[in-house]
Design a binder for this molecule. Sequence first.
Ligand SMILES: [Fe+2]
Length: 412
Amino acid sequence: MTSQTEHVIRWKSDSLKRVPYVVYSDLDQAQLEQERIFQGPTWNFLCHELDLKESGSYRATFVGETPVIVVRDSDSEIYAFENRCAHKGALIALDKAGRVDSFQCVYHAWSYNRQGDLIGVAFENGVNGQGGMGPGFCKEDHGPRKLRVATYCGLVFGSFSDDVPSIEDYLGPEICARIERVLSRPIEIIGRFTQVIPNNWKLYIENVKDSYHASLLHVFFTTFKLNRLSQKGGVITSDSGAHHVSYSMIDDHSADDSYRAQALRSDNDDYRLNDPSLLEGFKEFDDGITLQILSVFPGFVLAQIHNTLNFRPVLSRGTTSTALEWTYFGYVNDTPEQRRIRLKQLNLIGPAGYISMEDGAVGGFVQRGVAGAADFESVVEMGGEETKSGEGRATEAAVRGFWKTYREYMGQ
Ligand SMILES: [Fe+2]
């Protein structure tokens, strides 16, 4: 086995302004991330409580690369455990979601209760007095690893670590307040997509935390003035730098020449919508904020873009593949007209969204661009070298915050 300390990534300095490209493809680094981040003291999004409405309702998801099951038991509590049979390691649950009294592995029919305890081994005592498990075998000694579970505003998080702080302390007051802003009202799930993108998971996280790119990469944002850096807004980073919120508000009076002066591809007045009703919306937050993108370390995103509300875990699938599990929601008290508008606006955000489709491609452009440049580094110094919050969004402060936390967890 390769010694992980021998192959640890060499960062050229302590500065957060440079990130070595090798971090997006190195296999040893990816292995170490599983151990130190995903199975370390982090809270990882598992599902929403609405996915676990009844006793026995479960969802199968992942913490890092590790498959896990999250399930509600008859005591109304939520439990989470590895989706890995203690016998040969096969998946215990094959479906993404369902409702069960207990779980049974299809391979050799070992059974588990809804708290992840091994409760049955087929032919444990053999057949006709022959075979069976050895005399020292005890079911209590075997079972998938269990996770700690915490919920916040209906979001269910899991952790493999006993050293992780409470979910409220982990998120911090500013992030908690911004989650509550969107999720303190009862919600209904109105759609889901799974999108697989051709790049390392960290490239997508950087993209989410990078408010600088949004109106440059996304023609739709800029053309239809839904999000411009000249609009009022800001970036909030948690004290640790781990989590972030960027926000902006549409301001009809903010039209200025700052974009024209940069001669941007994304600023193209020739584009028109045949059906402008796509942009019709309604005001639902008193603070006037029309866009709020929030991330929780290591891989959770909650976003409000106009009347499109969604959350999505960012799930690593090997070093150069990532799955995004998009879940869209509305509020229980939406009027039929509001719900119609929300569903229409889903065309903006998602795998083929008019706004967000470029995010599914640009990480792959980076992955392909850096393929032969492991020793080179990206430049992350828009807005200086700090990770602190501030007014204005022409900054990569939240991206540096991610790398600050990442390097702390990785011991690098
Ligand atoms: Fe984007």
